[in-house]
Design a protein around this ligand. Structure first.
Ligand code: AFP
Length: 335
């Protein structure tokens, strides 16, 4: 499959980065086309192996990884770090950028026709691969995702606001839909995998208990819950209509730092969210101030409307007797 280039207008993309963003968009059009065939096309959801984290790899995970790596070879990307590969790969020794990518996020949703995505993060490169990626997330020069949903859309930031471009099926190009996305502050939705309730820490349980208590609880508001199981889809919903997402650390083996990877997921999503006037933390501290310790290292992630994310941090600061109390006795957040 040869991707057509010049599929996004260069007006709002920094000149130097344009070929990289254009290549990502071009491949995403091909990926979207493959996904759109669903069960009529090749079988994409069958497991073909395991990545270095022990996560099952689906055929589409591997295919998307190969497609992005191939297209980015002819750009200024020096280091290509993919969630699907153990080590970063040298693409263009003379290139100026280091690009991290989760080629296909939400792969458990491939065969059920639910939105999935690609997440990417770009840094100015350093000599070595590790030093290029294991650095504070605030050093990203671009971060974003492509969502393959009812519409295919690119959401991207270069540190100057968060923009949305939507693939127009008629023109075959990504067209600007929103120049400055802003997360609404008033949503009453939260997103968390509630089946893990028994494994959570006390502050997370207390926060969710208080949401579930609705108008009778200290928040005095009825909340609604959503959980898609695709980080990109949750991010897109929250950017569009507000709310909060939590993938906290929990007591299961291997979940001491949550599930999501700092380099491929937390850092770029945090960049996009903060540039849309939201907040992204590990529960307490900003993600953008943190650096991954290893290429595939995980980090708890809480993001969304700023006031809600700050509230989660406040629960982590509560004294033990408050956080353990039944919601009826937890007076701090009433009102
Ligand atoms: P997959 O790509 O393996 O489906 O994982 C998706 C994901 O990394 C992220 O997109 C979701 O937010 C999260 O995992 C869902 O995790 P649960 O399995 O706990 O629902």
């Amino acid at each position: 499959m040869t991707s057509q280039t010049n599929v996004i207008s260069n007006d709002l993309i920094p000149n130097d980065l344009f070929p990289v963003i254009d290549a990502l968009c071009a491949v995403s059009i091909d990926v979207a086309r493959v996904i759109a065939k669903g069960p009529l096309g090749q079988s994409l959801a069958h497991q073909v192996g395991e990545n270095s984290d022990g996560d099952g790899q689906k055929a589409l995970d591997v295919l998307a990884d190969e497609m992005f790596a191939k297209a980015l070879k002819s750009t200024e990307v020096r280091w290509y770090a993919s969630e699907e590969q153990e080590d970063a790969v040298l693409l263009n020794a003379a290139g100026k950028y280091a690009l991290a990518i989760d080629p296909l996020d939400g792969s458990s949703n491939i065969d059920v026709n639910v939105s999935i995505g690609t997440i990417f993060s770009i840094y100015e490169t350093k000599d070595g691969a590790e030093e290029s990626f294991l650095r504070p997330a605030k050093e990203q020069i671009a971060g974003g995702y492509i969502v393959y949903g009812p519409a295919t859309a690119l959401v991207v930031t270069f540190g100057n606001g968060t923009m949305q471009f939507v693939l127009n099926p008629e023109s075959g190009k990504f067209e600007l839909a929103e120049k400055a996305m802003t997360i609404p502050q008033t949503s009453k939705e939260f997103a968390i995998n509630a089946s893990n309730y028994r494994h959570w820490t006390k502050p997370v349980r207390a926060y969710i208990d208080d949401c579930l208590a609705g108008v009778e609880g200290p928040r005095e508001v009825n909340f609604n819950m959503r959980w898609v199981g695709s980080l990109v889809a949750e991010t897109h919903r929250i950017l569009t209509r507000g709310g909060i997402f939590l993938y906290p650390s929990d007591g299961r083996k291997g979940y001491e730092k949550g599930r999501l990877r700092m380099v491929y997921e937390c850092a770029p999503i945090a960049f996009v969210i903060e540039q849309a006037q939201g907040r992204a933390t590990d529960g307490s501290d900003p993600i953008l101030n943190q650096a991954a310790e290893t290429l595939h290292g995980r980090c708890p992630l809480v993001f969304g409307s700023a006031e809600k994310v700050d509230r989660v941090a406040a629960y982590h600061d509560l004294p033990e007797e408050e956080v353990s109390a039944l919601f009826g006795q937890r007076g701090l957040f009433r009102g």
